[in-house]
Design a protein around this ligand. Structure first.
Ligand SMILES: [Zn+2]
Ligand SMILES: [Zn+2]
Ligand SMILES: [Zn+2]
Length: 334
């Protein structure tokens, strides 16, 4: 069943335009006299720019500028000042997953300082996934992990169904159990409804940079991306369910390997299934019933012998743009 509970949907205020177009409507005669050939157009606003005191945006077709003070906390117009709480392990577990979490902590904190949001990191302490703590946050971020206890899962469900924002990375979509039985620990709301991918089905190896196809630009997360871009190195996942057949799901980015351009470079001849040579793999998607976005990104290339770091997820400018645009869009309720 499709849930539409975006109580934080706050795109209700129409921008007030002090433009030639507005002047033309208000003062047609004066306008005609002063500006013969005066044309009206609906402004094509660029992204909000933010500073501590105000926000502004500029029309991409004319010089019109809309500028104003922040409204509310976070700002209902531009999202300035939102608060994000992230979970994930920075040591132990898969070394490349932990490495990503450490890198993410630095990147999100720096972006928060630059763009005006608060980034708090809870580590693996999922006991903080409770109603009282979540009431102080606008967004939750899962870095390669997700809650394992039922009470924490239920608090997360309430947060999302109440209009909270979420972005999840890479292995956070793992069900952690082979079974599909709730009694055996399968979180069916998360796997089947919210993420809608079901269980993990396959992966590539080694982590490789791949061309990613932007499936739609008609989404806040992809509006500033080119049609195709080269990712940072990552381990790519395939899933149990065909996300393209789910009408609640908007597939944002796909990986489309071919015989000429396979994904993965597994040198072990006994593991040919870890090199993909065909197919159409959703690697980032949104469930339109929630303020959520999942992305496969979050596995850095590194040696498992000496744990030497060999790549950075946030070295790819398009991925950085995608994640930052996603965060503001999700907080503003899409
Ligand atoms: Zn304009
Ligand atoms: Zn603002
Ligand atoms: Zn991984």
């Amino acid at each position: 069943m499709k849930k539409k509970t975006q109580t934080k949907k706050i795109h209700t205020k129409k921008p007030r335009l002090f433009s030639l177009a507005a002047l033309c409507v208000a003062l047609p005669i004066a306008c005609m006299a002063a500006f013969s050939g005066c044309e009206t157009h609906t402004h094509t606003w660029g992204d909000w720019q933010r500073s501590e005191g105000e926000h502004w945006r500029v029309c991409e077709e004319c010089d019109a500028e809309e500028r104003g003070a922040h409204t509310g906390e976070p700002c209902a117009d531009c999202g300035y000042g939102f608060k994000a709480l992230a979970f994930g392990f920075t040591e132990g577990g898969d070394a490349a997953h932990a490495d990503f979490a450490r890198e993410a902590n630095e990147w999100f904190a720096a972006q928060g300082e630059e763009n005006g949001f608060t980034y708090d990191f809870a580590g693996s302490d999922f006991s903080l996934l409770n109603d009282d703590t979540l009431a102080g946050y606008d967004m939750v971020i899962f870095l390669n992990d997700r809650p394992h206890e039922r009470s924490q899962q239920e608090a997360f469900e309430r947060f999302m169904e109440g209009g909270g924002a979420w972005i999840g990375f890479h292995a956070c979509a793992f069900s952690m159990v082979d079974s599909k039985e709730e009694s055996e620990g399968y979180w069916s709301w998360y796997q089947d409804d919210f993420l809608a991918c079901g269980n993990y089905a396959r992966n590539t190896w080694n982590p490789t940079s791949e061309p990613l196809t932007v499936e739609t630009h008609d989404h806040f997360s992809t509006k500033n991306l080119p049609d195709v871009f080269d990712s940072a190195p990552c381990e790519w996942y395939g899933w149990e369910y065909d996300l393209t057949q789910n009408e609640d799901i908007t597939v944002l980015l796909t990986l489309n390997p071919t015989e000429e351009n396979p994904a993965g470079d597994q040198p072990d001849p006994n593991k040919p299934h870890e090199i993909w040579r065909e197919g159409h793999y959703p690697i980032a998607w949104a469930n339109d019933g929630y303020n959520m976005l999942y992305t496969n990104m979050g596995h850095n290339l590194q040696s498992y012998n000496d744990f030497e770091k060999e790549s950075e997820t946030f070295s790819c400018p398009e991925q950085c743009r995608f994640i930052l645009d996603a965060m503001y869009g999700l907080v503003l309720g899409g």
